[in-house]
Design a protein around this ligand. Structure first.
Ligand SMILES: Nc1ncnc2c1ncn2[C@@H]1O[C@H](COP(=O)(O)OP(=O)(O)OP(=O)(O)O)[C@@H](O)[C@H]1O
Length: 310
């Protein structure tokens, strides 16, 4: 189990980035970390990997204490792997060689088998012999993930792992990777801006705000009962509006156009979203956003219905 006990860290004495962070993560469990840009997601991953010296608190993986660079010539924990935003690959060697770098040369057959398995996970078999310098940003990102997995770490730390990968590949890669990690019982912490990493694949979600953990729970619970607009906005275009004198948070799919109601609104804009339209409307002097199966006319008066439980 990972135990993060009351850790505090700042890059300078004046500015604290992680303020009294406390949480645990079980073996094989997946945790997502979300929050606005600059809130400290990457810093948390660095702290867990042992790349910074904590001001206060301790981190343990099972009975092993995570020690910062003060205590290690080569910082980082042996049973963790960390994939940073800058990948750190060997550009002049092939994709296969990059993955094999951390596998034992004494077991060539086993090493080849694992490399093929990981090329499958990242769907890069056709690029096995391509030099890394000739790959796109997203392809490099996939190789970095495979390389981190080569030695089967006990905990994988991923910083924005799919940020450079197109949507089509991203969905397939997410499914492959997280299924693979579960099969191998590899715990994982993902710092992300993408709600899909959290909603579909994480067991736990941490939201950071103002240098503190604002909430930690199952992603579904956080999505359904967002503590505040900041949290709901991580998932969708949330509306914070007053209805009948009551302040509520509503996701766009909680607002519907009906034939008749005592809640009229005027259409301001419509945005094509593929399978639906996002409508911006004025409701009691408040701008709201909701999903609709068809486009609506600018200036049109519509009747609304709200599903109040988010
Ligand atoms: N090496 C550093 N030296 C000094 N300050 C830093 C350093 N790295 C990050 N910071 C600061 O620490 C804070 C947290 O940064 P961090 O990179 O952890 O945020 P983040 O949530 O991962 O952001 P993003 O989502 O934009 O990647 C920011 O204010 C950032 O400017």
């Amino acid at each position: 189990m990972l135990q993060v006990n009351n850790i505090t860290f700042g890059y300078s004495k004046k500015k604290i980035v992680l303020n009294s962070f406390n949480f645990t993560l079980n073996e094989g469990e997946h945790l997502c970390v979300m929050g606005e840009s600059g809130c400290g997601k990457s810093t948390l991953l660095k702290a867990i990997y042992g790349l910074v010296n904590l001001k206060n608190g301790t981190i343990f993986w099972k009975e092993n204490k995570v020690l910062g660079p003060k205590f290690h010539l080569v910082p980082g924990m042996d049973f963790f792997k960390y994939v940073a935003q800058d990948f750190d690959l060997m550009p002049y060697t092939s994709v296969s060689e990059n993955i094999k770098k951390f596998l034992s040369r004494f077991y060539p057959e086993e090493s080849e088998k694992r490399t093929q398995e990981l090329l499958d996970v990242i769907e890069m078999k056709p690029f096995a012999n391509t030099k890394v310098k000739n790959l796109s940003g997203g392809q490099k990102q996939r190789v970095a993930i495979a390389r981190a997995l080569a030695n089967e770490p006990e905990l994988l730390l991923l910083d924005e792992p799919f940020s450079q990968i197109d949507n089509f590949k991203k969905n397939a890669l997410r499914r492959n990777l997280f299924t693979y990690l579960k099969e191998k019982n590899i715990a994982c912490i993902v710092a992300t801006h993408d709600k899909n990493d959290a909603l579909s694949f994480a067991d736990q979600l941490i939201v950071i705000r103002n240098n503190k953990i604002l909430v930690k729970d199952a992603p579904k619970e956080i999505y359904k009962n967002p503590k505040e607009k900041y949290v709901a906005a991580l998932f969708d275009d949330v509306n914070e509006i007053t209805i009948h004198g009551k302040n509520v948070l509503l996701y766009p799919h909680h607002i519907k156009v009906v034939e008749k109601s005592n809640l009229p609104a005027i259409v301001l804009n419509t945005y094509f979203k593929g399978s639906y339209w996002l409508i911006e409307a004025e409701f009691e002097n408040q701008n709201i956003f909701f999903n609709n199966p068809v486009a609506l006319q600018k200036g049109e008066t519509i009747a609304l219905s709200f599903i109040e439980s988010v």
